[in-house]
Design a protein around this ligand. Structure first.
Ligand SMILES: [Zn+2]
Length: 153
């Protein structure tokens, strides 16, 4: 009983045992997935060169993805210094690309902080197949959680 009560306590801070990147909701809209995530701990919100290298080792296509950013036209221009939510978007695109055997440019995404102070972000992904996109997003989240704990903790 006391356990339930403490779980329901909305004033409680982030659970340190919870995953660094937590998925709040995923909504399937026409042709796109809208994923609301929260990264409660500030340490896990920004990429570093080490985290970028860790991700690129397993997903060598990442730096070559087309990406709208302030520094260039490719994700590689910003991947060492961007939000981990943005990295999550590109990981999901990479996994979708593999699953669909399509060029990475077949899928597009956007990432924005909806409440940066609270670590809340929205990642949107286009897809051909909704289940494939859901799988890709979940797999990307699982990988990123391991990656940030390995590289940023
Ligand atoms: Zn991008």
């Amino acid at each position: 009983m006391s356990e339930l009560a403490s779980q329901g306590d909305v004033t409680a801070g982030p659970d340190p045992s919870a995953a660094p990147i937590q998925v709040r909701t995923i909504t399937v809209q026409t042709g796109r997935l809208v994923c609301d995530i929260v990264i409660p701990d500030e340490r896990f919100r920004r990429t570093t060169p080490g985290l970028a290298a860790f991700a690129a080792e397993r997903f060598p296509d990442l730096p070559h993805h087309a990406c709208v950013n302030a520094k260039g036209a490719a994700f590689g221009d910003v991947m060492e210094h961007t939000s981990t939510a943005h990295l999550l978007e590109h990981l999901a695109i990479s996994l979708q690309t593999r699953a669909a055997a399509q060029a990475a440019d077949s899928f597009v995404g956007t990432t924005e902080w909806t409440d940066e102070q609270a670590g809340e972000a929205r990642v949107q992904l286009s897809f051909r197949d909704d289940l494939e996109a859901l799988r890709a997003f979940n797999e990307a989240t699982r990988f990123l959680n391991i990656a940030v704990l390995t590289c940023l903790a």
